[in-house]
Design a protein around this ligand. Sequence first.
Ligand SMILES: Nc1ncnc2c1ncn2[C@@H]1O[C@H](COP(=O)(O)OP(=O)(O)O)[C@@H](O)[C@H]1O
Ligand SMILES: [Mg+2]
Length: 914
Amino acid sequence: MDGGGLVGRWEELRLLHTFVDRAAVGGGSLVLTGDAGIGKTALLDAADEYAGSRGATVLRVVGTELEGQVGYASLNQALYPLLDRIDALSTTHRTALQVALGFGEGPPPDRLLVANAATVLLRTAASAPLLLVVDDVQWIDRASAGVLSFVARRLTGSRAGFLAASRNGDNQGYFDHAGLPGYDVRPLSDVDAAELLGLRFPDLHRSITPRILQTAQGNPLALLELPRALSPSQRAAAEPLPAVLPLGRHLQRYFVARVANLPEPTRALLLAAAVDDSGDLGVLLRAGGDRYRLEDLGAAERDHLIEIHDHRLRFRHPLIRSAVVAAMTSADRRAAHRELAAVLADEPERRAVHLGEATIEPDEDVATMLEEAAGRLLGRGDHQSAVALLTRAAELSPGADARGRRLAESAFLGAESMGDFRSAADRLEAIRRAGGDAAASLHYASAAALVMIDEDGHVDTAHRLLVAAIAGSPDARNASNPEIVNALWTLALLCFVGGRTQLWDDLYAAMARLVDVPPDLLSLTLDMFADPARTGPAALPRLDAALRSVHHEKDLDVVQNLAGAAMYADRLAELREPLWRIVLQGRDGGPARKHLVSLFDLGVDDFHRGKWDEAAEFAAEGLAVSEDRAGGFFSWYPRYHQALLAAVRGRFDTARALVDQIAGWAGPRGAGTARAFAHHALVLADLGRGDYEAAYRHATAISPAGVLASHVPHALWMAMDLVEAAVRTNRRAEAADHVRALHAADIPALSPRLAILVEASAGIAATEDDASRAHFEKALSLPTVDHWPFDVARVRLCYGERLRRVRSVNEAQVQLAAAATAFTNLGADPWTARAERELRAAGLGTGANVPRTAALTAQEAQIARLAAAGLTNKDIAARLYLSPRTVGGHLYRIFPKLGITTRAALRDALGPDD
Ligand SMILES: Nc1ncnc2c1ncn2[C@@H]1O[C@H](COP(=O)(O)OP(=O)(O)O)[C@@H](O)[C@H]1O
Ligand SMILES: [Mg+2]
């Protein structure tokens, strides 16, 4: 920031400095134009200050709207400081000026004479640089305007400059710009606007700055005033913003005046447009009946307040929309809403919204209509509007119980989908204070449970509360009551976060009590997500069926719950499209918690598929969403991915710090799953570092060897890690047990990726070399091997290590080189290093893909192989019909070609099949 506290405006300041410098030696004029509040005065101030610093005399005048058109008032103001120079003028000029400015008596002087006199005065006064600055030139009185229009054109060749600012708009006043050099002051750039907002309102919640920026459209006055017109809790995003942002005092003055002067029918039409954001002229005209007609828009169009495109009305600036609303009374606004509702019979949601706004007194019909509309909006994925409608429905409910019930549902939805825990808490508090049945409702209990965990409560406590509420609900056995179903989903979320079997048992018990079958998606998601090691494989056909029809699914809950079902089957890729839609919606201000969870789901898929940069971006976005908008509770999702990525990329300290953060947070809250997730990152870091003992300890802390811990699905993702760590720490029996458990649970059926990992685990655990080789070969021939580059590269690394130990050097090289390439491409540095170390041990420099045996002649290779197999020179000679001395001579040449010095090293340099 420079130029007297201005943000941005470098170009304008350079222009003004140049102007001031040039005028100081050769005179000149410049008129700034622009909207109210755009920063003209601020720029004049900057020019004024600069001219002063350069030794110029600065004269300042400002036109005022309110002053009556007193003759020459502004000119008087401008020239008063020069009065002591008036003696230098000719008598005619002096008299004319004195009379005009009110210092002398006489008949009104001729306008041209006054103008000439003023010009001469200015030019003579400018023996040293002089700058006349006229702000709001559109408002100076008519007589002065005429004189200044004249003067501004006659300063060239003097040392006097004329700099004015004029507001765009209907009333251009009397000053004549035509032909004068001008500069149109444009809105601030997005970056500068955001900077100004950040500087002046450091406490403004990040989630509402987009609304302010959008409404202000780079207008500095609006950037400064709009936040001030909000209540402190609105500024802190604890309370929702109104549909049309209120204007501050100054904005009111500037913008409302333009609207207030319009004819009454025009204003009524604009008001209807302002409260219905479709801008659909057909609807607006029907709503107005005979109060206004299309022609009435003319006045507003001429005034550049609106534009018409394709039968739609658009406000030229969002501030004008606000001004229209501010210019009318609340009774006018309600009337407009009522009229719109009347003509929107076939658009029930919009109709309900307008009726809700038109109504003040509680009205059960309107409340019901709003509640129904909210239900339909939910089905279409518009949670935000649904919450707003439910809230309004609650406000308009005549009975305390209906009010509480609707408020409870809005609290639940707000917390569950938007992560808006704070206003949910407020609503629950209001329900509690009001007494009545609603505090015993399941929506209340569900919302309360979510608020509780967000407020650092223990998962078990929230769980207990909700279990009791479900059990106590009179309708607890009704599987078609959405309130029951929502409560069960919420309970499932708590069980998932807690990650303990006992928690799930309560949910199963509640499900078992239902009279009819629970909703398909709930059972499917539980089977695939709660404990897939036991219930997953059998549920796969249902998952297939559900995934077939999900592409065009609009209901965010369905998409998200199905993503849960798809996760441990590694089928998230089939949901990318709808998940992306939720993300895009979230970026546009849609439900924040859905946004966050979708980012997580996409990140899981990306991580497994080796799209690590994208996964990192999702994680960063997720962290911002969780901290800004969705409450901090679920920030362990993105942190998990950050920890994983840090681990596999070898940033072990970062991984450790993130893991500590997650685990430290999860511990006191009983969030067992967060802890399991953290361990996954820990295990990958251990393996990357080569600390197999630690890897084994960390993996078995989540699920012991030989056991697939109940309701800890994440242990499946660490299965091969555990087996590898066990073998490397000489726990072959444990490794074998674990492989047995994986097979017994039919985990290979659960997901193609897990099938590969389980088969490879069998290869790692196998004591028999041939059996091991068969498992690895099978693993690498399974479907989808090319989908999971990191997992498969790890399989190849293990296989290559094994091959090298059994002296299949060439084969080992093939696997190790493939692994090294994949790790390099991924940026999995510690793993690349491991693969390269193995390659070197296999006798291959990194990057070389030609086996060293290629340097041997066919006969040398044959001799080398026999020697490596343990035959003596004499034996070899006998087999090949050579003399032992010839064999010795060959070996003498072979050793340096293979880079070895001893016979014993031959075995490592070659494979038996060579
Ligand atoms: N570039 C800028 N950086 C910071 N504040 C600005 C900037 N431009 C204008 N402002 C502030 O915005 C408000 C409106 O600007 P102003 O110059 O009065 O607008 P105008 O004269 O065009 O109506 C003032 O408070 C002014 O200080
Ligand atoms: Mg101004």
